[in-house]
Design a protein around this ligand. Structure first.
Ligand code: DX5
Length: 216
């Protein structure tokens, strides 16, 4: 069964008393926190402190997605705030092996992400060292964008490589994931779907949105 992660970048935190219980009672597999520095991406993302604030209010899995020029400077704080899996972008470092090791040393699982224009092959050498590979299906930085079908070919290439070499690395896709695009991503070989507006702005509500995607 496909895993579904809720991206809270565009969630209204003044209404978290409404949506957090709905997430807790749903089949969601975790929450994704988008951390941005207004340098690697032209946006400031989520207030990091919100991770620590919500941590004691839910048992849900927390993954954080670093969209920053210097991911090595965020590792310890992300661990302290309660991140269980930390994703960094291959485009933001010349030393991915070091970052992966440091993420693990801080007690977190590691994920490696490729942005819209980065070929899947760029992360092939690291797949056997990370728990997750993240394919962005929009240009990183904002929620509510249109899905870029280029991601489907990248998912298929990663799926082929991971299956051929029996690598224990899940494939996650993030950006413009709604029911229709989710279906295509699962068909292409994605294990995990990250959705923001596809969940929080679904006309049938959060739980139904998640249920629909989980049944793919
Ligand atoms: C974009 C973020 C995504 C985004 C997803 O940089 O990493 O997680 O919030 O939002 P939707 O699902 O609305 O595209």
């Amino acid at each position: 069964m496909v895993k579904v992660i809720a991206s809270v970048l565009n969630a209204d935190f003044s209404k978290k008393k409404e949506w957090l219980p709905q997430l807790n009672e749903s089949e969601i597999d975790g929450i994704q926190w988008d951390i941005m520095d207004n340098k690697y991406v032209p946006n400031t993302g989520i207030e990091k402190q919100l991770i620590g604030e919500l941590r004691p209010q839910t048992k849900l899995f927390f993954e954080s997605h670093l969209m920053v020029v210097d991911p090595e400077n965020y590792l310890e704080e992300m661990a302290e705030l309660g991140t269980q899996l930390l994703i960094f972008h291959i485009e933001t470092t010349n030393n991915p092996k070091n970052i992966i090791k440091e993420i693990n040393d801080f007690g977190m699982s590691a994920g490696i992400a490729i942005n819209n224009k980065t070929p899947a092959e760029k992360i092939f050498p690291h797949l056997d060292k990370v728990d997750l590979s993240l394919v962005m299906s929009v240009e990183a930085g904002f929620g509510g964008q249109k899905f870029n079908p280029l991601a489907l070919e990248k998912i298929s290439l990663l799926r082929k490589k991971i299956d051929e070499e029996a690598i224990a690395c899940e494939i996650e896709v993030d950006g413009g994931i709604k029911f229709e695009t989710a279906k295509e991503c699962v068909k292409a070989g994605a294990d995990i779907l990250v959705s923001g507006t596809g969940i929080f702005k679904h006309q049938k509500g959060i739980k139904e949105a998640i249920k629909e995607m989980k049944e793919l």
